[in-house]
Ligand binder design. Structure first.
Ligand code: SF4
Length: 540
């Protein structure tokens, strides 16, 4: 090429045009009636509730399957190189569904583009989460679905979100409220399921009860009825499941990157179910914790920026704004989330569950991981591990870090090794999920679980020894009406449920003793099947 070509008129003509991505977001209210809104990304319970809630708002809505290895392969085929695992799984999952509609359901590409769209949450990053939407569009284009609409709502964007010409998707108070209700209902149902399943007497009985509860809740969401009342209707279903809670099981908390620790499929090698099959009680992190973390981040940033107010004239800056009012609103949002969550938990019978104190988590992490560093779970992974050890929350912690994840890999490989040196009693296992390392990961989990299982058994034997009771004594006391409900939760003393039960039944004093004589408890006990009472009134 001649030099003058680069500088002169001829050069300008040769210069390639700036690439501009074609963004397809047109979704008008007139298109609502024939457009199916696809959704996916969380646990099965959350996804079915979001879909039911969207139907209640008047949308045609469908849920995608949990992303599997086939989705990962499709994501890798059509996505950019060097992405993190959750990007490949989630992007590939959407493309996989559209290929299914085209190749197996017989829809033409044109019909799919005109009658379907995908809605997802987004953020400005700072990790790859900020580029997910671009990845969706790129992969869809390359897979032959150019023009397929991907609509984004910013998870930190509040209600005043720009949705382009997507007036068909009303991001308003009702939409936000529906999402939050779905998240919380999904959380309380998942949490109670994970608490109960390891102790079920008949295999599959807890899952069957959860399925009935999901149907009750979906019906309430679709018909826009009270979720609290629906959760109350789920209680007898769950309370009827026979449990044996005196099995000394290790409690294993799963933390790590948000999607990888939340998904229930190949994305984390079915980690939750695998741990349960190996005899553990799994402690999962709810989506509500994430909502609280986002509120905390906002509060923290505002407090730091208040001093800069005069120089903070950006679009989202504090110049000329009432920062104190904004802080009050965030404080109110935090309390509202907690009140709602506990209302749902109370309605379902999820007792003694504590949402995290995020100031405490931040304080615990601050010496090891700067609270100003963002991306992924930020300092939360570090703060949670310290909290779990110091407050004896569990016997073991597994941190799931997806292959290619910038924030989570750095934390697990670097900072957490310092924490485990400082707290040698911690049983901590970071695992990397690549999609093809299942056997390796599961055998590492089994090795660590061996130690946790031993610790749970020792803790249980210690509790019996301190209480001077035999297991038979404890079982007899457990048949008392005070303890008979599946929802009764012993006060937290140690990590294991069985050991906590021993500590609790050994000292039914004070308020506990008064509760023992509560007429309502006695009435419930008397109306339970006779078999449930037999040990108390037995021959001994
Ligand atoms: S936290 Fe990690 S895995 Fe998650 S989006 Fe960011 S880079 Fe990817």
């Amino acid at each position: 090429m001649q030099a003058h070509d680069l500088n002169g008129v001829q050069g300008d003509a040769l210069r390639p045009a700036q690439y501009k991505e074609q963004i397809h977001t047109r979704f008008t209210s007139a298109q609502r009636a024939h457009t199916t809104v696809l959704h996916a990304g969380l646990t099965y319970a959350h996804d079915v509730f979001v879909v039911a809630g969207m139907r209640g708002l008047g949308y045609r809505s469908e849920m995608l399957e949990c992303p599997d290895n086939a989705a990962l392969q499709i994501g890798k085929e059509f996505g950019n190189r060097g992405q993190c695992n959750p990007t490949y799984f989630t992007v590939g999952n959407v493309v996989k569904h559209l290929i299914h509609l085209r190749d197996e359901k017989g829809l033409s590409t044109k019909e799919i583009i005109e009658n379907y769209l995908f809605v997802t949450a987004g953020a400005c990053g700072p990790c790859r989460f900020g580029t997910y939407v671009t990845e969706y569009r790129k992969a869809l284009r390359d897979a032959g679905f150019d023009g397929f609409r991907v609509l984004l709502f910013q998870q930190q964007g509040g209600l005043k979100q720009a949705t382009g010409d997507a007036s068909g998707l009303a991001i308003n108070r009702e939409f936000a409220f529906t999402l939050v209700r779905s998240m919380m209902a999904g959380d309380v149902l998942n949490l109670i399921g994970y608490r109960m399943r390891p102790y079920e007497v008949e295999p599959g009985s807890v899952d069957a009860a959860l399925e009935k509860c999901r149907a009750i809740l979906c019906e309430a969401m679709e018909n826009r009825r009270s979720i609290v009342m629906a959760l109350r209707r789920c209680r007898p279903v769950l309370d009827a499941v026979p449990l044996d809670r005196l099995r000394a099981k290790p409690v294993v908390s799963i933390i790590g990157e948000f999607w990888a620790m939340t998904t229930e499929g190949d994305g984390n090698y079915h980690l939750q179910r695998f741990l349960e099959s190996e005899g553990a009680e799994v402690d999962v992190q709810g989506v509500t914790n994430w909502l609280l973390f986002m509120i905390w981040e906002n509060k923290y940033d505002r407090l730091r920026r208040i001093g800069l107010r005069r120089d903070d004239g950006g679009k989202k800056g504090l110049e000329g704004k009432d920062a104190a009012k904004a802080l009050r609103m965030l404080g109110f949002a935090d309390r509202a989330v907690r009140v709602y969550f506990h209302l749902y938990a109370w309605a379902l019978g999820l007792r003694g569950y504590h949402l995290p104190d995020l100031d405490q988590i931040a304080r615990l992490a601050a010496n090891h991981y700067d609270n100003n560093v963002r991306g992924g779970e930020g300092h939360m992974e570090v703060g949670k591990l310290v909290h779990f050890v110091e407050d004896r929350v569990n016997h073991m912690t597994v941190s799931v870090k997806p292959f290619g994840c910038m924030p989570s890999s750095g934390v697990s490989d670097g900072v957490q090794s310092l924490i485990t040196t400082k707290y040698p009693e911690a049983i901590f296992l970071p695992i990397e999920t690549t999609g093809d390392g299942q056997v390796n990961v599961q055998s590492r989990v089994q090795m660590m679980l061996f130690k946790a299982r031993q610790r749970a058994r020792e803790e249980y034997q210690d509790a019996l020894h301190v209480a001077n009771l035999t297991e038979r004594d404890v079982r007899r006391r457990l048949a008392l009406p005070h303890f008979a409900s599946n929802f009764w939760r012993p006060r937290h003393a140690v990590a294991g449920a069985a050991a906590n039960i021993v500590h609790a039944v050994a000292r039914p004093r004070g308020l506990d003793r008064l509760r023992l004589w509560s007429p309502a408890r006695w009435w419930r006990a008397l109306t339970r099947p006779a078999a449930a009472l037999r040990p108390e009134f037995g021959e001994e």
